[in-house]
Every structure is written in C-alpha cells, then in structure tokens.
Design a protein around this ligand. Structure first.
Ligand SMILES: [Fe+2]
Ligand SMILES: [Fe+2]
Length: 192
C-alpha cells in the first residue's frame, strides 16, 4: 500500500519527538530546494526526507533485531548505533510504507554514512540533513555556502566535520564514510 504525502507526514511525525520532526521538516524543505537547484526529482527528494529519520527513535534492541533478521549490513553492529537508523529506516520505508523506488530507499539508507558512487538523490538528502535551517554546529555555515555551488563540495565539508569530530572524541569511523568522502573528492578533481 502506498501512503499519500499527508498520511506519510502524519504517521512519521507521530514516531518522533517534536524536535526531531522539526528537523525532518527542515530536511524536507532543504532537500526540495537542493533537488530543484541540482536537477533531482523534488517529489522523491521530499519523500526520502520525510522518511529519512523514521527509525531514529526506535529502541536499540528493535533496530538490532531488524538488522540481524533481515538483509541488512551486519557490519553495522560493530559501529556506532547512530548509524543504524539509516539502514533500518530504508527497511521500514519499504516494509511499512510501501516505498519501492530504489532511488528513495537508497537515499534513506545512505543518508548518514554516504557511500561510493552516491546518486544525485543520495547527495541531495545527505547534504540537506547536514544543512537544514535548524542545524547548528561548527562549520555549518561554510557547508551551506558550499552547497550553493556544489553538492560534492558541500558533502566533503560535511563528512570532514563528522570525521573530525569522531577523531577528536577518539571514536571509531565507519569506513563507508571515508570511502564516500574519497570518492567525492575524486569527482571534484575530475570536474575541475
Ligand atoms: Fe538520520
Ligand atoms: Fe536527519
């Protein structure tokens, strides 16, 4: 069963605290703008944005069960729990909300980590998540500025801020994020 935009918004917003829903609304608005600016489908970008954090407030045990019992990356379990909601969210979008479009599902799945060969839709949603108006972290204005000119440059700066923060806290880094960053830098070099 496919959900209408309104049904989707109603159902997803009920699954998170008001603050996180406000963030999601910021991501929706920003993803639509970036999609229009860079030639992605704004309707799909908004749908991915509505759903991107759907599993963010799931209990860890419940996320772990979904990862173990289904075809999700088992290596996630070795890495930080904040990563899990992205892949679990894509699973939920398909199972509970009837989303079949791989462009939308992948954008949800990779919105936190990135990946090698990020699609235009992956880039739009991931970058919107970094720069939506409610975000406030060191360097966010620089990322917003870069995003006006290049999705890839904005994302590299975003991943740099994440990686730098993890290093400063001596936390482990999900390798896919490093691969994603390297790949984006190669793309920027190829286009310069
Ligand atoms: Fe997220
Ligand atoms: Fe988010």
């Amino acid at each position: 069963m496919e959900f209408s935009r309104e049904e989707l918004i109603k159902s997803v917003s009920q699954q998170m605290p008001a603050m996180r829903w406000q963030h999601t609304q910021g991501v929706m608005e920003t993803a639509v703008k970036l999609a229009e600016r860079y030639g992605a489908d704004p309707v799909k970008a908004e749908k991915a944005a509505i759903l991107h954090d759907v599993a963010k407030y799931w209990p860890v045990k419940q996320m772990e069960a979904v990862i173990r019992e289904n075809d999700l990356s088992k290596d996630l379990l070795f890495y930080d729990k904040p990563l899990w909601h992205a892949e679990v969210g894509a699973f939920v979008a398909k199972r509970d909300y009837g989303v079949e479009d791989p462009e939308i599902l992948d954008a949800i799945k990779y919105h936190t980590s990135g990946r090698i060969g990020m699609t235009l839709m992956d880039k739009v949603v991931c970058l919107a998540d970094y720069i939506e108006p409610g975000r406030d972290f060191p360097g966010v204005n620089n990322i917003r500025e870069l995003a006006n000119h290049s999705l890839e440059a904005g994302l590299v700066a975003g991943f740099d801020s994440t990686i730098t923060l993890l290093v400063s806290r001596r936390q482990i880094i999900y390798p896919l994020t490093v691969f994603a960053r390297n790949d984006l830098i190669k793309q920027l070099e190829a286009n310069s």
